[in-house]
Design a protein around this ligand. Structure first.
Ligand SMILES: Cc1cc2nc3c(=O)[nH]c(=O)nc-3n(C[C@H](O)[C@H](O)[C@H](O)COP(=O)(O)OP(=O)(O)OC[C@H]3O[C@@H](n4cnc5c(N)ncnc54)[C@H](O)[C@@H]3O)c2cc1C
Length: 504
């Protein structure tokens, strides 16, 4: 640990917590030219607690915007071309019941729908790539123990492992300190919601030779529908490391080797590397912010992991809040802009929680059928009904582009009526998305010669806001926000940029 690391007395933005969302917030701030300090207790990422494996197509588009998508893909142990399948089986070494393809937007490579497909990558890898991008702004080995907000800023107390405390002054604080957020408590915000009754037990294990023996081929998820031991399994790499979630297993009752062997359907060779008990929660903070302190990621919302939305929703928070903080700190926007963060992001978290809770209502234990474990004749008799139940109940978990790519900020006070959606991506030349031409701040996309373009360019100059003009002759104009959502389209442009920045 770097005990002698100099900690600044003041910083424009202090980010409490360097999980994926805190790191993404720091990357967005740097992308917008704003300095920050991320305070994170963990020296290293947690390789044996991989949790998220699904980085959504939208998060990948945002990583592309930061120049990090290729890095993540290059280092991901499962290439996107490896599989987009979820296979439902009676055991890993047993019989296939059915399968679902095109999962998690993994099939969107080269698609007209998205500039990036989804990518399977263990959460610690995502964090490592983001840590590298954040660089010296990440201060590990320290934790935030409290904060005090006043009219001009926030005084943040930071503790070292030896208990020594120091204070850092920040204009704004972003609380990305997860479920037990000190920041959330400090602003008097409270989680509202519920917890699932069922315990879950994650295992990371090595199983030499298992992949070679499995008859089901590549898949990102194997769902084992054995009523004696239902669960989900997947590969962490293409060597010997696997993850599994055994549903309904309490920590005190768990025999991890037995669990893995039951899921495999044979007494395979297995080495347990780590276990991680957890409970699904459906929680939403009743408020996301005070005047100068904001919550993002799991500190603000928690949802069951089914569908792979948790940190992906947090990346959306990070980008939405990051550009707005930068706009205020760089003097383009009034502080009132910051109030739109909660207004725009909280409803999306609420929708995501309900979607993920609905996904959780039918899992492997509910789909499992004792007849699936019988002789082939009996298995074949029930297979069509179970396959139909899988198709009926699981489609939304694996195919949710309406939520992942389709969320909008319609109705927000900083988007014009009828706007707020993500600018549709399209390929301009092979491999070059329209997104690649956008600027880090605002962009004016469409016919530069169209009436109104000059008005917006002049307005940007007057406000001192960088505006990238993407000239697409013959196309209607759109004013695109830094987060690639459309603030305004065609019509009378006077005041559009002022509106998009929250000027009265
Ligand atoms: C089994 C499982 C599978 C999942 N799969 C997916 C998936 O496929 N896709 C997906 O998007 N999500 C998934 N999730 C959810 C995902 O793991 C979380 O949503 C994600 O970790 C939230 O990121 P975060 O940065 O907001 O919070 P966290 O990851 O909780 O990070 C908070 C950080 O704050 C630090 N911290 C805590 N207290 C303090 C303090 N006082 N001061 C400073 N720092 C502090 C912690 O050390 C930590 O690094 C899954 C979760 C589980 C349990």
């Amino acid at each position: 640990m770097d005990l002698v690391r100099h900690v600044p007395d003041s910083v424009p933005v202090l980010v409490a917590g360097g999980g994926p969302v805190g790191l993404a917030t720091a990357v967005e701030l740097a992308y917008q030219g704003v300095e920050c300090l991320v305070v994170e207790p963990r020296e290293q990422v947690s390789w044996l607690r991989p949790r998220a494996k699904t980085t959504s197509a939208r998060s990948m588009e945002l990583l592309r915007r930061w120049g990090l998508a290729e890095t993540l893909r290059a280092r991901a142990p499962l290439a996107v071309s490896w599989s987009d399948q979820a296979v439902f089986v009676d055991s890993l070494l047993g019989r296939e019941i059915t399968r679902i393809g095109g999962c998690f937007g993994l099939d969107l490579v080269g698609s007209d729908l998205a500039a990036e497909s989804g990518q399977q990558a263990p959460q610690p890898l995502v964090e490592e790539v983001l840590r590298e991008a954040v660089g010296a702004a990440l201060l590990t080995g320290r934790r935030v123990t409290g904060l005090r907000e006043d009219a001009d800023g926030v005084t943040v107390r930071i503790a070292s492992p030896d208990g020594a405390e120091q204070e850092v002054r920040a204009r704004y604080v972003v609380g990305c300190d997860g479920p037990r957020s000190v920041t959330r408590a400090a602003i008097g915000s409270r989680y509202e919601g519920r917890q699932d009754a069922r315990p879950n037990y994650n295992i990371v294990f090595r199983a030499p030779g298992l992949a070679e023996r499995m008859p089901h081929g590549p898949a990102v998820h194997y769902w084992v529908l054995n009523p004696e031991q239902p669960g989900m399994v997947g590969r962490l790499d293409l060597k010997e490391t696997w993850w599994c979630i055994a549903q309904g297993v309490r920590e005190q009752d768990a025999d991890p080797v037995r669990l893995v062997r039951n899921l495999a359907g044979a007494d395979i060779e297995v080495e347990i590397l780590a276990t991680d008990p957890w409970t699904a929660r459906m929680l939403l903070a009743d408020r996301y912010a005070s005047r100068r302190v904001f919550l993002a990621g799991d500190a603000a919302h928690q949802n069951p992991p089914y569908g792979g939305h948790g940190f992906n929703t947090g990346i959306g928070d990070a980008v939405n809040l990051g550009w707005k903080l930068a706009a205020v700190l760089r003097g383009w926007a009034p502080e009132a802009l910051l109030a739109t963060y909660e207004r725009e992001r909280r409803p999306i978290a609420a929708d995501t929680i309900e979607t993920a809770a609905a996904n959780m209502s039918t899992l492997a234990p509910e789909l499992a059928d004792p007849a699936l474990m019988g002789p082939d004749e009996e298995f074949e008799r029930v297979r069509p009904a179970v396959a139909e139940a899988v198709r009926r109940t699981k489609d939304r978990e694996f195919h949710s582009l309406d939520l992942v790519l389709g969320y909008t900020y319609a109705g927000s006070p900083i988007v014009a009526p009828g706007c707020g959606e993500r600018l549709p991506h399209r390929w301009l030349t092979p491999g070059e998305s329209l997104y690649d031409r956008l600027g880090p701040a605002f962009s004016l996309v469409g016919d530069r010669g169209a009436p109104g373009a000059d008005v917006l360019v002049a307005e940007a100059r007057e406000l001192g806001v960088p505006l990238r003009v993407v000239d697409l002759p013959g196309e209607p104009l759109a004013l695109v926000r830094p987060d690639q959502h459309v603030a305004w389209r065609a019509g009378h442009p006077s005041g559009a940029l002022r509106m998009a920045l929250g000027h009265a």
